[in-house]
Design a protein around this ligand. Sequence first.
Ligand SMILES: C[S@@+](CC[C@H](N)C(=O)[O-])C[C@H]1O[C@@H](n2cnc3c(N)ncnc32)[C@H](O)[C@@H]1O
Length: 386
Amino acid sequence: MPDDLTPAHRSIEAEIRAKGPITFARFMEIALYGEHGYYTSHITAGADYATSPQMHPAFGALIAVYLYKAWQTLDEPNPFHVIELGAGDGNLSKDILDTVATSTFDSFNQSLTYHPLDLHPRGSARPLHNLPESIPITGCIISNELLDAFPTHIFTIRNRKVLELYVNTDENHQLHFIEDTPSTDEIPNRVGDLASTLPDGYRGEVNLRIQAWATKIKSLLKSGYVLTIDYGHDRDTLYHPTRGEGSLRCYHNHVLGQNPFRHIGQQDITSHADFTEIDRALLHVGFKRMATLQAQRDFLFDLGFGQYSQRLRSAAVDDRHRGDMNDWNQQLKSLNSLVDTRGLGNFRVAQHSINAPKIDLSPLEDAPIFPLPSPQSHHLDHIPYD
Ligand SMILES: C[S@@+](CC[C@H](N)C(=O)[O-])C[C@H]1O[C@@H](n2cnc3c(N)ncnc32)[C@H](O)[C@@H]1O
């Protein structure tokens, strides 16, 4: 094989040569999580993509408020466990724990036991098996941008039928797609009746790991809440005829691409989460839908984002003679990116519960209860897509 192929490309090619074309889910598994995969060996925090916890500490501070309300709603259990799945480098946990360490949260701080876990942990995150001893827990299971990183299958429509795209290689080591019958009936079943509404050549993704994720969560949580934040849509929007190219996206050095066969193992590959399936899978194992699917912007405003941003602006005005206004402007821009509906603000937030009353967030809108945190070294000092 030529020297310029990445190690992950070589592994994929070797598997195709040994076994024949592979599903895109298998390709993604090797490219992201294999021995030379992006999340296994290549990732550098903030180098390729920017998530909400990397943008501004307000995200973690507002999630801390959510957890505080959850704890109060459950009658202040001690311990109150929070398991964060797909915690990456642990940035969100740092911001949450810093917020909860402030005096306002005193007794909550005594009860909170936080477990930031990841398949390939970095920074302060821990491996997935580092679970609390007392499983199933009382508390919350949270994730930000976890499900979009799961390997997905790709389908296409031919004559109103669902076919699957497989990955093949040629004599020049070029990877390419070929169409064939689906590797499992679950793929056409998921697309269902929508297949007849989609144009010939339409491409979409199907994440077949959501039910296993929901079942796992059920085994971890006795009573409490599941908070799932990700980019994605309900099924009708996700598989809309106008989205003919699907939602597969690749990120390399903050450049958005759609070719998964470039920089293999050195770029992130994601697809939008199917929130209809997330909801169905959680209800199937016994969870209740606690709130309608919301945009991240609305969710953060419910938690007091408006007041928070006003306080930050006032602090900037008070400081205008002493501080560097460029820093303040940058901070306000980073803060606003969390609610900008052209990006992170348009993410979806799903809330589910089990053996737990509904959390009432209404008193929070006008009453932020935590001090303003400042960005630290684990936050990006610029907006990469600006
Ligand atoms: C896009 S990153 C998001 C990281 C972090 N939550 C953030 O918002 O910055 C996705 C993370 O999910 C992790 N991951 C993927 N599959 C996982 C699984 N089955 N269980 C736990 N973590 C997983 C990856 O290793 C990666 O760190």
